[in-house]
Design a protein around this ligand. Structure first.
Ligand code: MEV
Length: 421
């Protein structure tokens, strides 16, 4: 059977059967997702962090319908927020009508900064650093022969003069191709190794030596076309363009718009055991790259009147090192995605961010987001009011029909249902 990310009836299955159905759809072995059922144990937690006392289970769901660069992809998403996974799946379904998502990525280049203080002639200090480029790169590469053997390593050195309230600094940037790693460890080790010499060459003293999370040399991009007729017509296309334009012009709206993108991005980053804070820091610093915080994505109407969405952001995620290597559930999520390189993970994650963003804008430009949120939210409210598994659907149905999804009303409805029995 051909691989497919279309999973009709998926949401009606019990949780364990969903795992099997997802794996069957991709032709993967049936046990692959077992670690996701088992979660993390205390021993693993103890190896991963200090003073471990346990683990916190975050739900992992599978977003369906994704076609990314022609490949059928099921996407594991770890999130506590209702509606996110359904929204991504729905957006992917619409996108696939016009060929799905097209993605690309730059080389996986991360940068470390070395701050040099006390330079009397910072402009000349910057130039002296650039003169020492080959020597500094050689020292950096000597720190990680395995990375160099795999085709990565320190590629270039740049230098800036940064005036500040406490003095003017010369700041060297070591640019390192980290291949399939997120790269923080390699880059920080290299920066520490070259720092003293960089300080001497620049004519001052090296102080900070650390990766920058403004990972703007490691960019991923996704784009997709959404059919105007499938969206409900030209007016909706125009309204989504207006919604996106506000986020380009207004930082208050941009923060929420980008949060919607990160609902998708962070969920994939977390499910695959990557560093969510690194990706978020990269995204938000990029959103402010022009000097004003703005939307990360763009939405336009193309020549056929269809909606075109595009998204470009730094994507520092990896497959080797870090939690992705040690956490069996993260490895299972990576196996479900079927990615073999960090670049593939970068690209799919960006496609999910675009899908999530489109879904939010579409809801906001039409019926608003509360209706979609309502029934999942109502399930939580019903459960908190004490409804058992067989009572929850009836409580939810009444709460949603009434449009009153509140704890006090859920308790009343539950009492009514119990009396009716
Ligand atoms: C909610 O988690 C995300 C949204 O607010 C995003 C947006 O407003 O674009 C719906």
């Amino acid at each position: 059977m051909a691989r497919t990310s279309r999973l009709p009836g998926f949401r009606d299955l019990p949780v364990d059967q969903r795992r099997t159905a997802a794996l069957e759809a991709l032709g993967l072995e049936p046990d692959l997702l077992r670690p996701l059922a088992e979660g993390a144990d205390a021993a693993l937690a103890d190896r991963m962090v200090e003073n471990a006392v346990g683990t916190l289970g975050v739900p992992v769901g599978v977003a369906s319908n994704f076609a990314v660069d022609g490949a059928e992809v099921l996407v594991p998403m770890a999130t506590e927020e209702p509606s996110v996974i359904a929204a991504a799946s729905h957006a992917a379904k619409l996108a696939r009508e016009r060929g799905g998502f097209t993605t690309s990525a730059s080389d996986p280049v991360m940068q470390a900064q070395i701050q040099v203080v006390g330079v009397a002639d910072p402009e000349a200090g910057r130039v002296r650093l650039l003169e020492a480029r080959d020597e500094l790169l050689a020292t950096a590469n000597a720190q990680d022969p395995v990375l160099v053997e795999r085709g990565g390593g320190a590629r270039d050195l740049s230098a800036r003069v940064v005036p500040s309230r406490a003095g003017t600094y010369v700041v060297a940037h070591l640019q390192v191709d980290v291949r399939d790693a997120m790269g923080a460890n390699s880059v920080n080790t290299m920066a520490e190794a070259v720092a003293r010499r960089a300080g001497d060459v620049a004519g001052g003293r090296a102080l900070l030596r650390i990766l920058t999370n403004k990972a703007d040399l490691r960019m991923a991009r996704a784009r997709a076309v959404f059919d105007a007729a499938a969206l409900g017509g030209a007016r909706i296309v125009d309204d989504i363009v207006h919604a996106a334009a506000l986020a380009e012009a207004d930082p208050y709206r941009a923060a929420t718009h980008n949060k919607g993108i990160m609902n998708g991005v962070t969920a994939v980053v977390l499910a695959t055991g990557n560093d969510t804070r690194a990706v978020e820091a990269g995204a938000h610093s990029h959103a402010a790259a022009s000097g004003q915080y703005a939307a990360l994505s763009r939405f336009e109407k193309n020549g056929d009147g269809d909606l075109v969405g595009s998204l470009e952001l730094p994507m520092p995620v990896g497959l080797v090192g870090g939690a992705t290597t040690v956490h069996a559930a993260a490895r299972a999520a990576v196996a479900l995605l079927g990615v073999e390189t960090a670049a593939q993970l970068d690209r799919i994650t960006t496609a999910v961010g675009l899908a999530q963003n489109f879904a939010a804008l579409r809801a906001l430009a039409t019926e608003g987001i509360q209706r979609g949120h309502m029934s999942l939210h109502a399930r939580n409210v019903a459960a908190s009011a004490g409804a058992g598994p067989d009572e929850i659907p009836r409580v939810v149905e009444r709460l949603v029909a009434e449009g009153t999804v509140r704890g006090d009303r859920a308790e009343q409805v539950l009492a009514e249902i119990r009396q009716e029995r």
